[in-house]
Design a binder for this molecule. Structure first.
Ligand code: SF4
Ligand code: SF4
Length: 292
């Protein structure tokens, strides 16, 4: 079971070269009594989405820092170093750490990639297009006997069975940000190291992001009501969705969150002064817009 940035399919996976739509029919069934049960979880390479991390940290009753430290490794989504995270496996054993004798120990909160398998999702965005397109592909790996089961269903029914709609809906803006950065290419340029740190915090470390939105640095710049801040303090999904909006504002200038007067300009000026004063600042060669 594998994942690449937006296509949960590895390059060495036996992908079927037929693009599937939601209405196309596949033959597949996975169940506890199948001879290959758990085989797909014994050699994994799984990228986690922001909502995957949110669900797993709640399930395991960990802080996001604890979860990241115990169960993940960093990963670069693209050549510019856009950060992602994968599930960590042992050096000598590629089995998923959530795999127990009786199966997946986090089944109700399993990641998006696990839900999609044996389908691969490919999200594409043409340059300057406001929307992305999705296509599905069947992944047929020798160890997976689910393809031999006499059970046919449409891609749409499979997605519903696996409960991926909610995951895709919440992660949609995250995928958009990655696709937009990729399709914009030189128009946006390489984000600064600080931008990548910010992206990492918003997408994967919600506890730190929650601390950030309660900081003076945030309230000096952004004009949110007390009610809005209170919701972000207590509602993880609302916080994640707000984070995606904030990332779009910071990275692409899509202004949807009210800013206080000229606070942003002052903040940018202050940051540039700080960077100038520190010859070792990793952002010193960066010419684009600054983070708050
Ligand atoms: S999270 Fe569960 S379903 Fe996914 S690889 Fe691990 S054990 Fe398998
Ligand atoms: S049928 Fe495929 S997905 Fe299901 S347990 Fe077997 S290898 Fe894994």
């Amino acid at each position: 079971m594998s994942d690449s940035p937006l296509e949960n399919m590895p390059f060495d996976s036996p992908l079927q070269p037929v693009k599937l739509s939601l209405q196309d029919t596949i033959q597949f069934r996975c169940h506890k009594d199948i001879a290959c049960f758990n085989e797909c979880c014994k050699r994994i390479d799984i990228l986690l989405t922001p909502y995957d991390i949110l669900r797993l940290t709640k399930r395991l009753e960990l802080t996001s820092n604890e979860f990241l430290a115990q169960y993940t490794v960093p990963y670069e989504i693209d050549a510019d170093g856009m950060p992602g995270v994968k599930i960590r496996t042992a050096d000598d054993n590629l089995a998923c750490p959530f795999l127990h004798e009786e199966g997946c120990s986090v089944y109700e909160d399993r990641p998006t990639v696990c839900r999609y398998y044996a389908l691969g999702l490919m999200a594409m965005r043409k340059q300057d297009s406001p929307t992305d397109e999705q296509a599905y592909f069947l992944i047929k790996e020798d160890h997976c006997l689910g393809h031999n089961e006499p059970h046919s269903l449409t891609v749409d029914q499979f997605r519903q069975e696996q409960g991926v709609d909610l995951y895709d809906e919440i992660n949609h803006e995250w995928r958009q940000i990655i696709l937009k950065k990729r399709s914009a290419g030189a128009a946006i340029g390489k984000p600064s190291p600080r931008s990548f740190q910010f992206f990492f915090m918003v997408c994967y470390n919600l506890d730190s992001f929650r601390g950030f939105i309660q900081s003076d640095g945030f309230s000096d710049v952004y004009d949110l009501t007390t009610g809005e801040i209170d919701e972000l303090k207590t509602d993880d999904v609302a916080l994640l969705k707000f984070g995606f909006k904030l990332l779009k504002q910071v990275l692409f200038g899509e202004m949807t969150i009210p800013v206080k007067g000229d606070a942003m300009q002052k903040r940018v000026y202050k940051r540039r002064e700080e960077i100038k004063a520190d010859p070792d600042d990793p952002n010193k060669d960066y010419e684009g817009p600054e983070l708050i």
